[in-house]
Ligand binder design. Structure first.
Ligand SMILES: Nc1ncnc2c1ncn2[C@@H]1O[C@H](COP(=O)(O)OP(=O)(O)O)[C@@H](O)[C@H]1O
Ligand SMILES: [Mg+2]
Length: 254
């Protein structure tokens, strides 16, 4: 059965795309068939895997707006078992094009019915518009990356509110898979403070794995590579490997 995970946070720069790519790559390495859906007009998940969104005729935009069948938009990546539906800046127009459509929140869900993947990871844009709502409607669970910084909790109550509204009204099975703390710097007491604050707030929803601030993770996308193929011994690679384990555990005990 397919498990669909929406990777959501309306803040930019918190590690959504880094988590999508590296979690997806690790799950694929672990033998699962994985599909990443790039649902951000910036197309960072696409370029981070060495592809250029502008070279594809069919992208996430077509899946959502023009009902292009899923097998016509899926592309292979350089990693076996890891596929992607690419995005480019024209996806920004989907927010507008969808807004006047009937059952506009369900477009992604409807298009995923024919999917044969074990995991689908949706990399959301930094906004809680129709792209993110479509992701939450199509998802079985939500993974929320939170950056270990002073304003980390800001905006999270709004996000939880939206998740609750989607769950109550259109997607009853939606659950929070977990909150993952990213860019943690153990040298700063601020990181530690933020960590304990997030744990107070989310309890055991917080993944035990903490993603450290690691330059290798920031470099990898410029080579179009997941962290394992850039520096598999880095702290970042080890952290995402561990996170993948936790994700598999949490999904399989459901
Ligand atoms: N753990 C990390 N350590 C260092 N840099 C990181 C880490 N995670 C992400 N980055 C970098 O921070 C920036 C924002 O991350 P990104 O994953 O693109 O966030 P989002 O998708 O939420 O906007 C990117 O330049 C990325 O390479
Ligand atoms: Mg991103």
């Amino acid at each position: 059965m397919t498990h669909v995970v929406a990777i959501v946070n309306q803040k930019g720069g918190v590690g959504k795309t880094t988590t999508t790519i590296n979690l997806g790559a690790q799950l694929a390495k672990d033998g699962y068939k994985v599909l990443i859906i790039d649902s951000d007009p910036q197309g960072n998940a696409t370029s981070g895997l060495g592809l250029s969104g502008n070279t594809f005729e069919k992208t996430t935009y077509n899946l959502l707006v023009s009902k292009t069948p899923i097998d016509k938009v899926i592309q292979e990546t350089y990693i076996p078992n890891l596929h992607i539906i690419p995005a480019n800046p024209n996806l920004a127009g989907a927010e507008i094009d969808l807004s006047t459509m009937i059952s506009r929140e369900f477009k992604l869900k409807e298009s995923l019915i024919a999917s044969t993947h074990d995991f689908i990871l949706i990399d959301c844009p930094p906004a809680l518009g129709l792209l993110s709502i479509n992701a939450l409607t199509a998802a079985d669970s939500v993974l929320i990356p939170v950056q270990a910084e002073y304003y980390a909790l800001e905006g999270l109550s709004q996000l939880l509110n939206i998740i609750q509204i989607v769950k109550q009204n259109i997607n009853k099975k939606l659950e929070i898979l977990g909150v993952v703390i990213t860019m943690y710097d153990k040298r700063t007491s601020l990181s530690e403070q933020v960590l304990s604050e997030i744990k107070n707030h989310f309890g055991d929803k917080v993944f035990e794995t903490i993603i450290p601030r690691n330059i290798r993770l920031a470099e990898a996308p410029s080579f179009g590579k997941a962290i394992y193929d850039h520096d598999k011994w880095s702290k970042g690679a080890r952290a995402y490997k561990q996170l993948a384990k936790e994700v598999i555990d949490r999904v399989s005990t459901k």
